[in-house]
Write a protein that binds this ligand. Sequence first.
Ligand SMILES: [Ca+2]
Length: 202
Amino acid sequence: MLHRPRAGSASGRGKPCTRVEHKNIMVKTHLFLSLGIVLSAACISHAVTAVPHVNLIKNPGFEKGSSEWKTDPARWQVVSDVSHSGRHSLRIENDDKASYTLASQPIPCVTERVYRMKVRIRTDGVEGADSGAPICLEWYNKEGQYLGGSYPPGIKGTNEWTLLEANSKLIPEDAATMRAVVYLRQGCTGTAWFDDVSVELT
Ligand SMILES: [Ca+2]
């Protein structure tokens, strides 16, 4: 569409700009500017829903209790005696290798993008065949079927607050929903605290 004015001016090359042509140029300029405003608004709208470096986790520091998080209250508790920031953290205590529970939160899914995960983890006596206490991201299709996830290694043993951070894989184009998860790897026992969970688009 933007080529038309160029073709028109080529056909009138050498002629003085008539009043009608001037009016046409003004109308086309107005349309071009309007189109630019619409496109700019669309870009801003997209940016609002997919802005990098904004933490997508709600209640990331557990200062509102377990709000926004899905947990098993038999194993998971928001505590106020240990925290990395604020006054609270989320603790799992597990003395049964056969017990495997998660704390999870849904997050907006943007396909063909990479997410950055961060969490502070403190551990006490975490042991087992797998890598201890980590964070992960998992994605599902629109039917709710599991498609895959990114599972960075966790932390074992007894440690003061440690920053664990990792990038996800590229989110596949057929992913429809995602969730962030903090947990003890299957078969691991011990106590772990989680605080300041963050998931951002890169
Ligand atoms: Ca906190």
